[in-house]
Design a protein. Structure first.
Length: 453
């Protein structure tokens, strides 16, 4: 039997199995789901076993387990290390989902569920592509799978695991499906990921909440102060004002910028899809550049004072914000966090106290387009989509990818099958049924072309 016949024959079962996996709420950010996270790892390990993998292990860490599996057919052949994550983002706000986040359902040709695209749906394509090659006796090289349960919370324990298992994880390339492509009509391959610096800030005014009539106007309001401080972090051109922030930013040549902007993109459709009348971003860069090659600073959450029903006239003691910065080559997460901290403390008025706490971060990466692996991925996509893929730059981050390079000396291929419009991390996350099957069809071709001399 050939691959397509095998996939066609087993199509429904593949989907049913994915559905069962999606029903397990493997939310890594919330410790109440600890047991579910473990169950999701066990489910995956069982599927690797059924597909014919060897040395399957649920590797315990200080956090959530890593699922490892491998098939070594001949040590002299190339080895692909497949990376992905089985943990998912929290589903809240749950009331905005059309159907519950952990009760998968197909509507309009899309699988709706938390994790359907990011990243269980995409990981499962790899499990089923592997099964397809095993059952048709066509696995052309060695493969190792390393699927973690903490990507959405910073992959701290996977970093340690990589450092401790360099020999075991020896491979020739890391293959990852955890990004998006332009569309089913226009396949693309991400050639970069942005890095991340994440901080939480706390502004304290008076040492207890005050009556805003008795004290307002005379005592610093930490929320007002925090808002002005945050507002000052961008200038009128939407440049970030932190001194030194852009010092190491790698500027692209004109040719590179022209190539990047050749990707099909409709600003009108983009705005329509997001329900906005106008985009906003750094002057003299296009939308694709703003998300692909430029660093950013965004407030992810801000709170303080009274937010309950009705009104309460209070001058609060404290205000907080969570702020993330997306980084591009050659910025370094540690340096940027330091620059932010120094600057943020320096702009604080004497009337308040400010604290900055660093959260997890990650380094940006770029992947070459002239490598054997890139060419194999391009040929594989051409095989199933009928078109040469376009190299693109995604705006998201997978912090562990830089570590694969640093610790394991391995480059990665970002062969993602999602779409930017899949609403990952949002209510109604979904993944195209066709994207799922196309992924299963494409992956064996990558193995084939990557193994060819
Ligand atoms: N799969 C995403 C990253 C992604 C999405 C890359 C779309 C390219 C296109 C990943 O699961 C993710 O959400 N990463 C986080 C970082 C993490 C440290 C929480 C992100 O980008 O915010
Ligand atoms: Mn992901
Ligand atoms: Mn994610």
């Amino acid at each position: 039997m050939n691959w397509n016949d095998y996939i066609e024959t087993n199509k429904q079962r593949f989907m049913d199995e994915l559905f069962d996996w999606l029903r397990i709420p493997s939310v890594s950010a919330d410790s109440r789901f600890k047991k579910d996270v473990k169950n999701a790892a066990e489910y995956l390990a069982a599927k690797f076993k059924a597909a014919g993998a060897d040395n399957i292990a649920i590797e315990e860490t200080a956090g959530n387990p890593i699922v490892y599996a491998e098939k070594i057919i001949n040590p002299s052949l190339p080895t692909i290390l497949v990376y992905g994550h089985y943990d998912v983002q929290p589903s809240d706000p749950d009331n905005l989902w059309t159907t519950p986040a952990f009760e998968p359902e197909i509507r309009d040709g899309k699988i709706f569920a938390r994790g359907s695209c990011d990243d269980k749906g995409q990981v499962y394509m790899h499990v089923k592509a592997f099964e397809t090659m095993m059952q048709t006796n066509t696995l052309p090289c060695n493969v190792k799978f390393m699927i973690e349960g903490e990507e959405e919370v910073g992959s701290a324990n996977l970093g340690i695991y990589c450092k401790q298992n360099k020999e075991k994880l020896k491979a020739d390339i890391v293959l990852i499906s955890d990004t998006a492509m332009i569309s089913l009509d226009t396949p693309s391959i991400d050639t970069g990921l942005r890095g991340l610096s994440y901080v939480q800030v706390e502004v304290t005014g008076p040492d207890h909440d005050l009556h805003s009539g008795v004290y307002g106007g005379a005592v610093a309001n930490p929320i007002n102060v925090l808002c002005s401080m945050i507002a000052s972090l961008h200038d009128e051109n939407r440049h970030i004002t932190i001194p030194g922030f852009y010092d190491k930013v790698l500027e692209l040549s004109n040719e590179e910028r022209i190539a990047l902007n050749k990707a099909p993109f409709s600003l009108d459709e983009y705005k329509k899809e997001l329900g906005i009348d106008e985009v906003m971003g750094e002057t003299s860069y296009t939308t694709l550049e703003r998300t692909g090659i430029r660093p950013t600073l965004d407030v992810n959450g801000i709170w303080g004072g009274y937010t309950g029903e009705g009104s309460k006239t209070v001058l609060p003691s404290k205000a907080y914000a969570k702020i993330s910065m997306r980084l591009v080559p050659n910025q370094r997460s540690g340096e940027i966090t330091e620059l932010f901290t120094k600057h943020f403390l320096s702009i604080a008025p004497k009337s308040v106290k400010v604290k900055v706490e660093a959260h997890h971060g990650g380094e940006p990466v770029v992947t070459p387009t002239d490598s054997r692996a890139y060419k194999a991925a391009a040929k594989a996509l051409k095989e199933t989509f009928g078109k040469e893929p376009i190299p693109t730059r995604g705006g998201g981050s997978i912090p562990i990818v830089a570590l694969f390079e640093e610790v394991l000396g391995l480059k990665s291929i970002l062969m993602g099958f999602g779409l930017d419009s899949d609403d990952i991390h949002s209510p109604d996350e979904h993944y195209g049924v066709e994207n799922f099957y196309k992924g299963i069809q494409t992956i064996p071709y990558f193995y084939k072309y990557f193994s060819e001399k």
